[in-house]
Design a protein around this ligand. Sequence first.
Ligand code: GTP
Ligand code: MG
Length: 192
Amino acid sequence: MEVQNVDLTISAVAEKQYPNTMFPEIALVGRSNVGKSSLTNVLINRRKFARTSSQPGKTQTLNFYNIDDKLYFVDVPGYGYAKASKASREKWGKMIETYLTKRDQLRGVIALVDGRHAPTDDDISMHEWLVYYGIDVLTVATKMDKISKGKWNKQESLIKKTLQINDEDFVLFSALTKAGKNEVWQWIEGRM
Ligand code: GTP
Ligand code: MG
């Protein structure tokens, strides 16, 4: 899809703030600092629309990005941020759980993992949780520019094996080189 207009409709902290449109929604989840905002920016062809940061835990609200009045990307605050307080982690959990399990407009979740490493326990729990709730998941292994091409296959096998996922639902990605961008869009368009 060629994106023309993008706008941050709302940074929501509660259900009543979610947009009352019927546009399909695609949520992005993953550990703090894994690259969710960077992936969003690549998909919409903007360098700095969604705020990115080298400091983890920046995004703390559900950010609804309206894409051409056709679709919403929902940037979900990252999990596994060690410095977050127990209270804020619990609040995070409730908000995400409500959104991911109750939102009729949700068509699928893009779950990001760091392509350089094996998925963490948090990544595995998140993936199992999404599958348990019958949510359509695309796993995106990102930051692939940071490892040599010769190692891509091995990383792909390791990640797929650890998360127990099949071919259709996996993309190797880099926000730097934009590798994998078209595959991610294909997956999204198949759900609109
Ligand atoms: P939170 O909002 O804190 O949960 O983080 P996030 O998942 O939105 O991560 P963000 O997109 O802000 O990226 C975190 C850092 O990783 C930034 O410094 C990005 O520039 C960097 N980064 C993200 N994706 C890539 C990538 O594909 N390649 C490289 N080399 N760096 C990346
Ligand atoms: Mg972010």
